[in-house]
Design a protein around this ligand. Structure first.
Ligand code: HMG
Ligand code: MG
Length: 283
């Protein structure tokens, strides 16, 4: 029997960070509230990053104050440094995510740090988060392909996985930032990482630029026992520092695919579609 999948809805963060316009706060609140009612397990509500770097995420503090938190759903956010952590703690975030990459060039463009500088930055963030009782996810971007360096070696991310494990991150999320990975790339990467990090500590984050994201997720779940998958309502998303990358795998498509495989997953796709429509219909 396969493990029950868990859906981490990243639409309010990955989805909205890439929107051309900055959406009004009340619309974001309605978006998150609809997603809360859909049955997803976790929602990445926002990012406590520099508003100069990603203006779309500037209102994350107010957003956390206004959403209606549903028991059983975890409300998380991106945190790049201690300034971000101070904001996240004040907003009563329930889990934080630090983020680095397998590619030096992408990391420099995205967070203005080398990989090792980013790990040094995370040290106090991790220890203070754990003191406050917050679990921490560590994202590794560009595990498969980098928009600047091209195809990555299948073990390029391993040193970063080891550093994140040593820091004590409860969850490590392997990201296909540009959405170019195919099922065999997923197999190659997971064969490398699983001896180092148990499947119960891993999550996958697929963008869907070339239409392989759903298949990739099913491979990671069926063949490697990964349970946690990121997705965005309506397939929103993209990284401002990864030009050409399309949205995340859509929550609707991913849930439908899991349900077609008889997975133990109860997410109301109609409610997710309603949430996606709210954003799509906003000029
Ligand atoms: P920096 O410019 O090197 O930072 O940026 P700094 O420490 O020199 O600070 C510069 C100014 O920013 C200072 O203000 C700080 O106070 C302020 P000033 O004195 O000039 O007025 N500042 C902040 N303000 C609010 N909140 C903060 C914060 N930090 C500094 N947390 C930094 C470094 C990391 C801050 C910047 O590069 C940044 O915010 N980057 C975030 C980029 C980002 O959000 N990218 C998208 C998310 S990652 C992604 O999408 C990938 C993912 O989906 C997985 C995948 O698909 O691969 C997760
Ligand atoms: Mg992403």
């Amino acid at each position: 029997m396969s493990v029950a999948p868990r859906i981490l809805e990243v639409g309010p963060r990955d989805g909205l960070q890439n929107e051309r316009s900055i959406l009004p706060l009340d619309l974001k609140v309605r978006f998150v509230d609809l997603l809360s009612d859909s049955g997803v397990h976790e929602i990445e509500v926002g990012a406590f990053v520099s508003p100069r770097w990603v203006p779309q995420m500037a209102g994350s503090d107010e957003l956390f104050a206004q959403i209606h938190r549903r028991p059983g759903v975890t409300y998380s956010a991106l945190v790049p440094n201690e300034i971000g952590l101070d904001r996240a703690l004040a907003a009563q975030v329930e889990k934080i995510a630090v983020f680095t990459a397998a590619s030096e060039t992408f990391n420099k463009r995205n967070i203005n740090a080398s990989i090792s500088e980013s790990i040094d930055r995370f040290r106090p963030v991790l220890s203070r988060s754990h003191e406050a009782g917050l679990p921490v996810r560590g994202y590794i971007s560009t595990v498969f392909f980098c928009p600047y360096e091209g195809q990555m070696a299948p073990d390029a991310h391993l040193p970063v996985v080891r550093e994140l494990l040593e820091l004590g991150t409860e969850e490590i999320c392997l990201a296909d930032t540009v959405g170019e990975a195919r099922p065999d790339d997923v197999r190659r990467v997971l064969e490398q990482v699983l001896p180092e990090c148990g499947a119960d500590r891993l999550a996958m984050h697929f963008h869907d630029t070339y239409g392989h994201a759903t298949e990739n997720a099913l491979v990671a779940w069926r063949e490697f026992g990964i349970a946690v998958f990121d997705s965005a309502a309506g397939g929103l998303g993209g990284c401002p520092y990864a030009e050409g990358a399309q949205g995340n795998v859509s929550t609707e498509a991913l849930v439908n695919a899991f349900q077609a495989e008889q997975a133990d997953l109860e997410v109301d796709v109609a409610r997710v579609r309603e949430a996606a429509r709210l954003i799509r219909d906003t000029p």
